[in-house]
Design a protein around this ligand. Structure first.
Ligand code: TXE
Length: 488
């Protein structure tokens, strides 16, 4: 058990109230750590530290090359501590080891990517009509509040920190109260790398209080949030206080469309991964399977046949590819949706319950669950469950598949399986979603923009778009004629 402090203004501090929160392993209930329970007062201190570092500190004038090199150091330190981070992520949020390994590697690569981009922030020059020399320059936005969820603690922290720092901002990061450990460990890496005090502040605490303060406080220039759509709406409302720049990455009810001309085996494999990777606790999870009627029965039978290959258990155990849900409360929510699905008349094909056996007794496990004959109007077809629950809806024509796919308040991700690439392009072109795949699902690239249409969010993270989200734009017009114009 480790006792953590949080990082404010370059110092490791306790919460002003002295309160702490227990962090437990969702697979075993084991106490892992105690972390400070920040409230709005602590958030205000962190905001003041970031404000001071931005307004008075050396960060804005630190050459981009130096900022980039510091981010390279962070990347290297993550890789030097690869196993430690992997184990921590598995224990903290319950993911299987192989997925934690992807996350830690991706996080290191993301810091490296944005370290490289720090020196590639360019402005423009314009030929203005009166002959002035006109420049467009890019500047950091200022102080950024960054609020991240519990499903990818290290990676979501990274997606927020790396571009913001590359662009020259100062930040206050708040990880989820359920999974704060890797963000705090990252804090130590920032200190060791030599970031000036106050440039990176990390506070741990709940959304009500600490999180709300980051969204509301007028000294914060931007708030970037990843989490549920209901919370995202609150963050956006609170951000109107001082018209903050806002980036939101919210929920999804993402369709996977399988046509009868697909590569059958590969489509089955990816469909299971789409739905059940990270226990389905993924905003981009392919949780709605739209499958063409001509192969519906065969496809669903094959899915069900392969489900027993999904080994549940503690993510550190050999061969485990599905861990527990993050908390007992979240398991209750997922189980309530399973009950809703049964009550609505969907056909439960497999799962729907907790696994039996001693190793599962103390964890928040739910078996991979597939519902067939789901009607598009059912709640399990419309609402984000955020667990290992797949809803299958059969369709007949391409037009019907597109209409069903778009029949959602969300628009985060989508997948299409077909061996007709023309059809693949045509269908994806008509789907209102920001992240799409043809003939696979989930691979995510630091170079590619991540974010959603409709109620799945505003703005994009990652890639060049990700650094854009942390830059202001200024025009500078230079008059070259010394003679008075004679206006008056
Ligand atoms: O997330 P919240 P919760 C979805 C998923 C899940 C549901 C609720 O469907 O079942 O959201 O999960 C902070 N002001 N996703 O309640 O509330 C909070 O402390 C400012 C989708 O765990 O969105 C945490 O740091 N901040 C998702 C972060 O917001 C607030 C990932 C996310 O918490 C706040 C997670 C407030 N008023 C859940 N209230 C995705 N898109 O990946 C909470 N927070």
């Amino acid at each position: 058990m480790k006792e953590y402090k949080m990082l404010i203004g370059g110092e490791w501090v306790s919460a002003k109230s002295g309160q702490t929160r227990d962090v437990t392993d969702p697979a075993s209930g084991e106490l892992l750590a105690k972390v400070p329970e920040a409230n709005a007062d602590d958030a205000k201190l962190a905001i003041a530290a970031a404000r001071k570092a931005f307004d008075e500190g050396p960060w804005r004038s630190t050459p981009a090359l130096e900022r980039g090199k510091l981010l390279f150091k962070v990347s290297k330190a993550i890789m030097d501590n690869f196993d430690k981070f992997v184990e921590m992520e598995v224990r903290d949020c319950g993911k299987p080891r192989r997925e934690a390994e992807f996350d830690v590697g991706d996080a290191a690569n993301c810091f490296e990517y944005y370290g490289g981009l720090a020196t590639k922030i360019h402005g423009q020059t314009m030929n203005t009509p009166d002959g002035s020399v006109s420049l467009i320059v890019r500047e950091p936005i200022g102080v950024c509040g960054q609020i991240v969820p519990w499903n990818y603690p290290l990676l979501m922290s990274t997606w927020k920190l790396a571009p913001a720092l590359a662009a020259g901002n100062c930040v206050i990061l708040k990880p989820s109260e359920l999974t704060p450990m890797s963000a705090l460990e990252l804090g130590q890496i920032f200190m060791d790398a030599g970031f000036p005090p106050g440039v990176v502040n990390i506070i741990t605490g709940p959304g009500a209080g600490a999180g709300e303060e980051l969204a509301t406080n007028p000294k914060v220039d931007k708030v970037a949030f990843t989490g549920g759509t209901v919370t995202g709406k609150k963050v956006m409302q609170n951000a109107t206080n001082n018209i903050k720049n806002v980036t939101l990455e919210l929920g999804g009810k993402n369709p996977v469309i399988v046509f009868d001309d697909c590569n059958f085996d590969s489509a089955v494999d990816w469909t299971l991964f789409a739905a059940f990777a990270n226990q389905g606790e993924v905003c981009s999870a392919g949780s709605r399977l739209l499958v063409q009627k001509s192969i519906h029965r065969k496809f669903v039978d094959e899915l069900v046949k392969r489900v027993p290959r999904i080994k549940l258990g503690h993510g550190l155990n050999e061969g485990v590819v599905m861990g527990p849900l993050v908390s007992a409360a979240h398991r209750d929510k997922v189980e309530s949706y399973i009950k809703i699905g049964i009550d609505e008349g969907a056909k439960l094909l497999c799962g729907g319950k907790r696994p039996e056996g001693k190793e599962f007794e103390k964890g928040n496990f739910v078996e991979p669950t597939i519902f067939d004959d789901v009607k598009p109007s059912m709640r399990i077809a419309r609402e984000e469950i955020f667990g290992p629950v797949l809803s299958v809806i059969p369709f007949e024509t391409e037009e019907e598949a597109i209409a069903l796919a778009n029949d959602s308040e969300y628009g985060l991700a989508a997948g299409v399986f077909t061996s007709n690439i023309t059809r693949g392009h045509r269908v994806i072109g008509k789907i209102r979603a920001g992240i799409t795949w043809i003939n696979n699902y989930h691979p995510t690239y630091n170079e590619m923009p991540w974010g959603g249409y409709k109620q799945s969010g505003i703005g994009r993270e990652l890639g060049l778009f990700g650094i854009e989200a942390y830059l202001e734009t200024k025009q500078i017009n230079i008059w070259l004629d010394d003679n008075p114009v004679g206006w008056y």
